[in-house]
Design a protein around this ligand. Structure first.
Ligand SMILES: [Zn+2]
Length: 117
């Protein structure tokens, strides 16, 4: 039997390439961060909604929906429902973690030592 692994990694690569071609388009890939805002101080309920974020944004203990105002103002409010189902978000997060080494690896520039011309 043939292994289908090759196909999988191939689509992974095209996915990354697609994203590098459109670096301004956040919609195709990004990080997801969970809001830590306490929305009910009486019982300590945390908002807990997942929000899209750029890859360079990292989860912090005080990250909240409002932090997304710069890239996703529409969802930058705890009152706005989560964009995707949580299991969809977690699926994407898993995928992103898998892709991250490729996304953050800087392509080697061959002309980096040409200091002057
Ligand atoms: Zn929130």
């Amino acid at each position: 039997m043939m292994q289908r692994k090759g196909i999988e990694s191939l689509s992974l690569i095209s996915f990354v390439e697609e994203n590098q071609r459109n670096p301004t388009r956040l919609s195709s890939i990004g990080n997801w961060l969970q809001c830590q805002e306490i929305i009910n101080r009486a019982n300590g309920t945390v908002c807990g909604k997942w929000r899209r974020a750029p890859l360079f944004e990292v989860q912090a203990d005080d990250w909240e929906c409002f932090c997304g105002i710069h890239w996703d103002p529409y969802h930058a409010d705890c009152a706005v429902p989560q964009e995707l189902e949580t299991d969809q978000v977690l699926k994407q997060l898993k995928y992103i973690e898998m892709l991250r080494p490729q996304l953050t690896a800087k392509p080697r520039k061959s002309d980096c030592n040409s200091s002057g011309d």
